[in-house]
Design a protein around this ligand. Structure first.
Ligand SMILES: [Zn+2]
Length: 432
């Protein structure tokens, strides 16, 4: 019986089958990988040894019957880690204590609930956090895969660091005063509490977003996991220009696209931004597996329904996927080491959102579209929509023309320049 027919017989599958089992398949020459590219299965973290594979109940039995060498993911979890990571409830109370302590620059935004009713929390960090100012918007989200825990801890340390150093450290003060920073330490609190990848309904959240290259190509939250819906609805009302989505199981900065082999329209810029992170983190930059610690997503392995591609394609939010530690559930006692290695890059990447330009209207209800044109070559660099009376885009240094059209029929052409030297304090918006 062929692999494919047996798979069909075993899983009696449908595309929404719940994930229940995970394995590392030891398939160094990738003999079996094509047969696993099926809607009910998820492939992740391809490397020289093999890859991870997740699927419904029965997957392990199938691998055994087929004599495909594999290790149960659960057995890779170290049971003797010493003091373990906080629970989702502890993280939530730590966030509330911290925000109360630094309430002049931090505010909690509760954007919805997980399947089990846990709060999905962003911390907004900015001066005047209760006011929507026209400043470049940046976000960090961690641990949409619940068992990839390192980023959640680093986000908590970053928030504490900003709280402690605002008003003392000039760079942190400038960042907070001139940026709207959103940090979500835990996108999948149910998964983290069960130390599992998927959410409480067995959904892999990083395969659950709309994908412009598949048949699931409508930007609608209907029918998706609770956590996915919460992110989608929140993002639609913001103008995030740059973001990172933190994972574990590898050590690399991954850039668009994940879903297609096509080059990204601003490819040299995304490579430059990836290097800006990796160069500051020696253990990532000196990778044996990825040159300079970066990779194009698709050339590593294809991901459909990922958050990274969705956020740029529909919301002009340039997102990177950063894998922070080869060990997914790295020991709690190792967190200070990861933090000190990543701290400079975490701050530098927030600053990078200031490499860009945009415009604002007095009327915050203004919506419309903008054509971005390179000034010297007169070549179009794309067409983008804007809401909320503002538009902002991270761009390579250079001169650009923006042809702005509002829904009320106003047309304006503006000339803008992104300087080579990054400034945190200059106003990057043209008033219209
Ligand atoms: Zn992940």
């Amino acid at each position: 019986m062929s692999l494919l027919i047996l798979a069909l017989a075993l899983f009696n599958q449908n595309a929404d089958a719940q994930l229940a089992e995970g394995y590392r398949v030891l398939d160094s020459d990738k003999r079996y990988i094509e047969s696993f590219k099926r809607p009910e299965l998820v492939i992740d973290h391809v490397n020289y040894e093999g890859y991870e594979i997740y699927g419904p109940a029965g997957l392990g039995e199938y691998l055994t019957k087929m004599n495909i060498p594999h290790i149960n993911e659960a057995s890779l979890k170290d049971a003797n880690l010493g003091p373990d990571h906080p629970t989702a409830e502890e993280i939530e109370s730590q966030i509330k204590v911290l925000v109360a302590k630094c309430s002049s620059i931090m505010q909690v935004e509760n954007i919805g609930k997980s399947v089990k009713g846990r709060n999905l929390l962003f911390v907004k960090v900015s001066d005047n956090p209760n006011i929507d100012e026209t400043e470049p918007e940046f976000k960090y989200i961690s641990s949409m895969h619940g068992d990839e825990i390192t980023g959640r801890d680093l986000m908590m340390r970053l928030l504490n660091d900003i709280c402690d150093n605002y008003g003392k450290d000039a760079r942190i003060t400038d960042l907070v005063n001139n940026t709207e920073i959103y940090i979500m330490p835990s996108m999948n609190p149910d998964g983290s509490n069960s130390r599992q990848r998927w959410n409480a309904s067995g959904v892999d959240l990083n395969r659950d977003f709309p994908d412009f290259s598949t048949s699931d190509n409508q930007n609608s939250p209907v029918g998706r996991a609770a956590e996915t819906q919460a992110i989608m609805k929140w993002e639609a009302g913001r103008q995030i220009a740059l973001s990172v989505n933190f994972h574990g199981g590898a050590e690399v900065v991954n850039y668009v696209w994940d879903t297609l082999p096509d080059a990204f329209p601003f490819e040299s810029m995304v490579i430059d931004l990836s290097l800006r992170y990796s160069k500051l983190v020696p253990y990532i930059y000196n990778s044996n597996e990825f040159q300079q610690g970066i990779t194009n997503g698709y050339s590593w392995y294809e991901v459909n329904g990922g958050m990274q591609d969705w956020s740029y394609y529909w919301h002009n939010d340039l997102q990177f996927t950063i894998e922070l530690s080869n060990t997914k559930w790295a020991s709690f006692s190792s967190m200070p080491t990861y933090w000190s290695a990543n701290r400079p890059a975490l701050l530098e990447f927030i600053a990078a959102v200031h490499q860009g330009t945009g415009f604002r209207f007095d009327d915050k209800a203004t919506e419309g579209s903008v054509e971005l044109v390179e000034y010297l070559s007169n070549a179009s660099r794309g067409h983008f929509n804007f809401v909320g009376g503002e538009f902002y885009k991270v761009l390579e240094p250079g001169k650009y023309k923006m042809i702005v059209s509002t829904k009320k029929g106003v047309e304006k052409t503006i000339y803008v320049e992104v300087p080579a030297q990054l400034s945190l304090t200059s106003d990057n918006y043209v008033q219209l």
